[in-house]
Design a protein around this ligand. Structure first.
Ligand SMILES: Nc1ncnc2c1ncn2[C@@H]1O[C@H](COP(=O)(O)OP(=O)(O)O)[C@@H](O)[C@H]1O
Ligand SMILES: [Mg+2]
Length: 281
């Protein structure tokens, strides 16, 4: 098969649930444990962005080939006239995956897309991935904004496979139902053939000393038996290592707390399940 790249995106229409952290850890596990050439594309661009997670915040500050250009009217001109434009977008991390960072132009491109006819609005990232990413990588993972905007819908169309990390709490089940409804509405919209599906759900920042977390994990397993995975423990290692520009995979066992080792192992299992789901699709 020519275009056998696997694609997935984290998405929950909410911030602070562990989307960026999960995207990074799943990417590193896919690279380390499954030998996949993996590209991360950051379309979320918030404070805790993927560049910071990998210690690249200073390097990516003013990219000369920003990902936002892919969403603009000028993209085909840029692609044809700027040498090595794709290579100039990509940064190598120390942990295996490559990264295309977010840039400040994404907000403006989101606004511009609102003026583009619907049938030309949502396929821009899909075309970029097919033309530029698929020939070079085995797996592409996206990190999307925590709200449904035009960039997000481009991401859902392009990736089709959705990973939903959820922080346990009383509204999370409702959110998952809303997310399912949102994806169904996108699938049913007749203008296109994109079929975004939920492929992996799991609890994040789980405090193992409370029942709430256990209950929530059990509910997920019951309601989503095929796509639910192990919970990620709350661990101080995660934030500390993000501040150092690393994931948990960059540390040895004895440098981690129990919680950190558990979180890392759960991310490994989640990655294996995700890749099985992607293969099966
Ligand atoms: N398992 C975890 N344990 C402790 N802190 C976590 C964990 N996962 C994420 N965090 C922290 O929670 C915050 C939000 O996580 P982040 O991945 O940025 O969420 P999102 O991308 O959904 O906004 C960050 O400060 C991150 O360091
Ligand atoms: Mg984020």
């Amino acid at each position: 098969m020519v275009n056998a790249i696997q694609r997935a995106t984290t998405y929950v229409p909410k911030g602070g649930v562990g989307k960026t952290t999960s995207t990074a850890h799943i990417a590193v596990s896919a690279h380390n444990d499954h030998g996949l050439d993996t590209l991360l594309i950051d379309l979320a661009g918030t404070q805790n962005d993927l560049a910071t997670q990998f210690g690249l915040a200073d390097d990516v500050r003013d990219p000369d080939a920003p990902i936002s250009a892919v969403f603009s009217e000028n993209w085909s001109f840029i692609r044809e006239n700027i040498d090595n434009v794709f290579e100039r977008m990509v940064f190598e991390t120390d942990e295996g995956p490559d990264l295309i960072p977010a840039d400040n132009g994404l907000g403006a491109e989101d606004n511009n897309l609102a003026n583009v006819p619907r049938e030309n609005r949502y396929d821009r990232l899909e075309r970029f991935i097919t033309d530029e990413v698929a020939p070079r990588y085995d797996l592409v993972l996206l990190d999307l904004p925590g709200k449904e905007d035009n960039i997000t819908i481009n991401g859902l169309f392009a990736a089709e496979n959705v990973i939903a990390p959820l922080k346990p709490g009383e509204f999370e089940r409702k959110q998952l139902e809303n997310l399912q409804r949102e994806l169904a509405a996108i699938r049913d919209d007749g203008d296109h053939d994109a079929q975004p599906m939920l492929q992996l759900v799991f609890a994040t920042m789980v405090d193992s000393t409370t029942n709430l977390a256990d209950e929530f994990t059990n509910v997920l397993a019951e309601e989503y038996p095929k796509i639910s995975g192990p919970p990620i423990s709350e661990s101080a290692n995660i934030g500390n290592e993000q501040a150092n520009g690393r994931t948990l995979f960059a540390l040895s066992d004895d440098e981690l707390y129990d919680t950190g080792r558990r979180a890392r192992e759960a991310y490994r299992q989640l990655t294996t399940s995700l890749l099985e789901r992607l293969e099966a699709r």
